[in-house]
Design a protein around this ligand. Structure first.
Ligand code: UFG
Length: 328
């Protein structure tokens, strides 16, 4: 049985769907501070609990015979992490220690963990590999890097086997259109553009056009949520087959500027997107594009959604039918 912390969140709920579709047993653990109970796949046991509640984590592990954990429960907004670092160090770093404490005490050895491209910061490199220097430019990225670092020590001391997946920009929605991205407030680029398209927002603010990129706007590597989910399952299989702890980048290897993402969205939706240039957001690196060769080579992972059009069109299926997310 797999325990999924943060299983009611955007990435967690899509991973739970994928596990369920493959008949893999899973229990969701989430405090619903940002997650949505409606997003949890039918028939999946759900424990409303906090990551700091070691006793509840331990009793859940025992009750469901949990042998591995996929850990999504974390705050993930780069901008907010700069203005409220205490929230991020407390929840992401101390919260993960609490989970590891429960796992160690109950003898759970396998962990797949959401790390981030934000651990690299502004590398100035074309394609970022796992060997690129990790120098986060945001508190959020710093928390993820700290989590990676202390997992290494838990491996050495307690034999924890982990895979850290460094996602680039997670985007898109489940093919059914039944679940998708719904943050409040929303800060991510693609959902904000699609809110302009579905009429719930007036315009998209482009955070500066003076970055050292061809059109002056930031470049990111967008990766579909279902492809991310698939990587988690492969990572867990790898660990259970005796694999050593490691880390992998997850992206499509293609960078798109903010303006290009808006243009592609106009083509996919057929709707003109109103835009305005706004000041920079603190903590944003100019360019983040992944080399995902390592996970392709070692785990046979391959993205199914390998074009920005296909990613945005799956997100549009969700945003066009759920203009207010999970709210009725
Ligand atoms: N952007 C805008 N206007 C907006 C929102 C975003 O111009 O209204 C720009 C941002 O400045 C950035 C790009 O669009 O250049 C993408 O921004 P997102 O907020 O969608 O994503 P981020 O790149 O900031 O961060 C996301 C996740 C992080 C993760 C990071 C890794 O939120 O958790 O990807 O690349 F660490």
């Amino acid at each position: 049985m797999i325990l999924v912390t943060g299983g009611a969140g955007y990435i967690g709920s899509h991973c739970v769907r994928e596990l369920k579709e493959r008949n893999i047993d899973v229990v969701v653990y989430d405090n619903l501070s940002t997650g949505h109970v409606e997003s949890i796949a039918e028939g999946v046991p759900f424990i409303k609990g906090d990551i700091f509640d070691v006793e509840l984590l331990r009793s859940t592990i025992r009750k469901y015979n949990v042998d591995s954990v996929i850990h999504f429960a974390a705050y993930s907004l780069v901008g907010e992490s700069m203005s409220n670092p205490a929230k991020y160090y407390h929840n992401n770093v101390a919260g993960t220690l609490s989970l590891l404490d429960a796992m160690t005490k109950e003898g759970v050895k396998y962990l797949v963990f959401s790390s981030s491209a934000a651990t690299y910061g502004d590398t100035g490199e074309g394609l970022i590999t796992e060997e690129s220097p990790q120098r986060p430019t945001s508190v959020y990225g710093q928390t993820k890097l700290m989590m990676e670092q202390f997992m290494q020590d838990y491996d050495k001391a307690y034999g924890l086997k982990y895979v850290a997946l460094r996602y680039f920009n997670a985007a898109g929605a489940h093919a059914s259109g039944e679940i998708g991205e719904a943050h409040n407030p929303e800060t991510h680029l693609i959902p904000i553009i699609l809110q302009v398209a579905n009429g719930t927002r007036d315009h998209i603010g482009i955070f500066d056009e003076d970055y050292p990129t061809p059109d002056g706007t930031c470049i990111r590597d967008y990766i579909h949520i279902t492809d991310l989910a698939d990587a988690h399952i492969r990572a867990l299989d790898y660990l259970k087959a005796g694999g050593r702890s490691t880390h992998y980048n997850l992206g499509n290897g293609n960078g798109f500027s903010v303006k290009e993402v808006i243009d592609v969205t106009e083509r996919v939706t057929g709707i003109k997107i109103k835009r305005a240039i706004e000041p920079r957001r603190p903590g944003d690196p100019a360019t983040l594009v992944a080399s995902s060769e390592k996970i392709k080579r070692e785990l046979g992972w391959k993205p199914r959604y390998d074009s920005l059009e296909s990613i945005i069109s799956s997100a549009w299926k969700w945003h066009s039918t759920h203009p207010h997310g999970y709210e009725k």
